[in-house]
Ligand binder design. Sequence first.
Ligand code: PMP
Length: 368
Amino acid sequence: MSRAWNFSAGPAALPQPVLEELREVLLEFSDCRAGLMEISHRSKQFSAVLDSATVRMRRVLGVPDDYAVVFQQGGASMQFHAVPLNLCAPGEAMALVDTGTWTSKAVEEASRVADARVAWSGKPFGYTRLPEPGELDAAALDGAAYLHYCSNNTIRGTQFQAPPSVDLPLIADLSSDIASKPVDVSAHEVIFAGAQKNLGPSGVTALILSPWALERSRDAGGSRPGGLPSMLDHALQAKKDGMFNTPNTWGIYALDRVLAWVESEGGVAAMASRNTEKAEKLYGELDRTEFWRPHVQGTARSQMNVVWRLPSEMLEARFVAEATEAGMLALKGHRSVGGIRASLYNAVPVEAVDALVGFMQEFERVHG
Ligand code: PMP
């Protein structure tokens, strides 16, 4: 068996050269005479890995010097709870833009520690679109400590072209489009992202914190009886450089190697132009014939996750089965939307999209 084109939504395709490097260090890393997974997180060899990963995150994403970069565990899901815990005093208001699953979950988790207000919801539109400027509910924003949004909805296939424009501190869940295009980090107070789409394997969450966010975290620690739980305390985690407890050493090494690959390919600007090329090819095919029914239209379309339906569920099942047979993996849509989803993260090459589009044209010729 050989490796196929992988359109998985996450954990997702990794660059082949990175996988080869990982294979090497599995048995022996640096001068350790042991594999990377087998050495102490306090060793000088792993300290160098952590430094490299942190510096690279700063360089690749353009993180301002006074922001903290920390690698955590617990996934992006842990941050749905940790962010309001750190940024809000007990019962204080915060606002969210609900663009589907990942923000609906964030509302639920934030409600446990804050007054979570939905400033706009895509629910009445089946989460097929994003808010226009000025559509956010002013009453929900009024007095909120910050606005939380998800830049790319992995399941629904929607993506913001730019952050919502509001006069509030911005918090972004960048799990599924981090490092896929340039992002103005300084316009945000907190950015978090699970690594398992564009940065590496699951089990590492990148957390970027502004001085304001760190200050709020210290205040929250003081205003909650007994302080914040250590593992959720952003200021403490940043102070310890993510080494409060044992980090995911393997995942952080892989993340460093993925970012080195991004740099060697020309950085996030080069990723963006390649991602645009891939998305244009696939949406071009989806718009060519009414046989395909794209879930999202216009500027809300995601370059990372492309979602569409076919005329029947039977044809959808057949599409997925035949595509798998033809060497294209993980095209089945998420159960909450159905149909087909192709995830086109950084490590998915243009050739994979060419192969998919070729397969689609043949499928439509036979079944259309
Ligand atoms: N946010 C987004 C946009 C996601 O796509 C995901 C996972 N697919 C999550 C949050 C949850 O991430 P995790 O599984 O790392 O908690």
